[in-house]
Design a protein around this ligand. Structure first.
Ligand code: SF4
Ligand code: SF4
Length: 343
């Protein structure tokens, strides 16, 4: 019971706290209906706004996508897909990248999603999150921002991101979010080589000192820069060690941010992803395109995607870390196939 209440507290802080009263009631009502009916309906859409970024992180899951600003979805296209996502029952829009703050229309997009009654969140490296930008995002209706912190040590964080100064930017961005009244999560990942060296515990300690709203820990996924590197994945023993750090009210895994789903949110059809060029994928970590929103209605693409074999099986680990899944869909991965995958 205490555990359950702690989870509720976490969900409230990260997803509901910054919503208008009527929107909050609507989200709670829709979640209750969903729980009663036990029917799989999408909760959250991740929209990759761009693949441009100032960093070149060693672990980047977006690496492999070509960077073509001229082909990015336009403001009007993104507004349309947000509306289509809302129409099929989505409750939350997560703006993703690359670095979403490189999009000049970010405030307009956040405002559009918030005014449509959706929960809004964003993943950022923090570099462009000045005090003024944070205030503008809050005024537009931003509920939650996840800021990446890969290490408690400045030189390690900056070298993993191949960008001097990024540690300092991240810490400043956290303060600006908090001052603007946006829920702020530190997002980090468990690196195999260092999993036992205590850095995750130290990041959690920093998060408590900074009084952020939580720490999100990601397990390494063999995708993006690591597409051909299954060796980055944690062993069962390493995972257990990281799992012991979880505390439902403050430290959680990716996926639990979507209202505490503990297993793959993609397989449960709770999330889906729209690429910066309009392709619909099961998850931002699973680069298999089922169609493009420039050519087809989102609902039609989703229907086809959810009926596909990708969803036929439950996985105890991320499907991208399952070698059979990887072998089955290797030909569909978008890397180096950008031209073909646009249609
Ligand atoms: S900040 Fe994010 S998008 Fe940019 S390189 Fe790093 S992981 Fe990739
Ligand atoms: S495929 Fe599932 S487990 Fe893997 S990153 Fe996506 S939601 Fe998480």
């Amino acid at each position: 019971m205490i555990n359950y209440l702690q989870k509720l507290k976490h969900v409230y802080r990260t997803n509901l706290k910054n919503l208008f009263f009527m929107t909050r009631c609507r989200v709670i009502y829709r979640l209750s209906c969903r729980a009663v009916r036990k029917k799989a309906t999408p909760i959250s859409v991740m929209i990759g706004l761009t693949y441009r970024c100032q960093c070149q992180c060693v672990h980047c899951c977006s690496a492999g996508n070509p960077v073509r600003k001229e082909d990015e979805l336009t403001t009007a296209e993104i507004r349309r897909v947000i509306q289509e996502a809302k129409d099929i029952g989505v409750l939350k829009v997560r703006f993703f990248g690359g670095e979403p703050l490189l999009r000049e229309d970010i405030f307009e997009l956040v405002r559009y999603a918030a005014e449509a009654g959706l929960i809004t969140s964003m993943d950022t490296n923090g570099e462009l999150l000045s005090r003024e930008t944070a205030q503008q995002l809050r005024a537009a209706g931003m509920c939650e921002i996840d800021i990446s912190l890969d290490s408690d040590e400045e030189h390690i964080h900056d070298s993993l991101r191949n960008r001097g100064g990024s540690y300092g930017y991240a810490l400043k961005a956290i303060r600006h979010c908090q001052d603007a009244g946006i829920s702020c999560i530190i997002s980090t990942y468990a690196r195999k080589q260092e999993v036992y060296n205590g850095y995750l515990k130290r990041i959690i300690a920093i998060a408590r000192i900074l009084r952020v709203d939580g720490v999100k820990i990601l397990f390494p996924v063999s995708t993006g820069k690591w597409l051909d590197m299954p060796s980055v994945c944690l062993s069962a023993k390493e995972k257990s060690y990281v799992q012991a750090l979880i505390d439902s009210s403050f430290v959680f895994f990716e996926g639990q941010g979507n209202f505490n789903c503990e297993t793959c949110s993609m397989i449960k059809k709770e999330i889906f992803y729209i690429s910066a060029y309009g392709q619909v994928w099961p998850c931002c970590f699973v680069p298999i395109s089922f169609g493009n929103i420039r050519q087809q209605k989102l609902s039609e693409i989703l229907r086809r995607m959810w009926q596909s074999n990708v969803y036929a099986k439950e996985y105890t680990v991320c499907p991208m870390n399952n070698q059979r899944f990887k072998n089955t869909y290797a030909d569909s991965f978008l890397r180096d196939r950008y031209e073909n995958s646009l249609c």
